[in-house]
Write a protein that binds this ligand. Sequence first.
Ligand code: AMP
Length: 217
Amino acid sequence: MTMQSAAPRAKRILMVGAPGAGKGTQADAIAKQFGITHIASGDLLRRHIAEGTTIGRTVEDIVNKGELVPDSIIMDMLRKPVLAAADTGGYVLDGFPRTVEQAEAAYRTAGSLGVGVQIAVHLEVPEDELIRRLLARARGADDTEDVVRHRIKVYEEKTRPLLDYYAQRELLIQVNGARPVAEVTWSIVVQLQRAFKRSNTHASGARQATTQDRAVA
Ligand code: AMP
């Protein structure tokens, strides 16, 4: 690496959880707490759709059905905001990676930037609570119970395997997301602070001790 900017110290936090688990809300709170940038792939996609851009027109149907948008579109869309955030302290990514393939691609990009610690936060919420939350906030006409159930199925099949991926390779923080918002935030913040401290102490890059602490904080 020749160019070492602020990136090596950047905090890179990834939120993993089913639709309705509270990733967006918690990502916002974490971003404020640590002074870093919240980047939500779903929000960016919805903005493209609302603005009728080329990306928006390409993905509209896919998003409305609750399927996954092709990796190439997601990677292109995220590259700039992620690089900018990595240079200004770091980011909380919410909604990406969504598959092991996306995680591997993200890991390669991050590795080539020489950026520091990466931590995945898993928000666990029981399925009936997810469905209750998702139906209560029903985003648009297409958010019927069928679409909601399909989104959760896609999560179970495509995204849940990420948890093993992170448990084996990097830090994975497990949080019970079925509690009141402030309690969940507190639990995440406490565990992140511990993990950052550990990573500063060991200072050996991203591949180090794996933690799977059940959140009791
Ligand atoms: P979210 O707001 O994160 O639930 O995302 C809403 C929708 O955007 C998803 O149901 C997918 O259709 C699409 N989407 C968001 N992030 C990704 C991603 N990383 N990979 C593929 N599709 C995505």
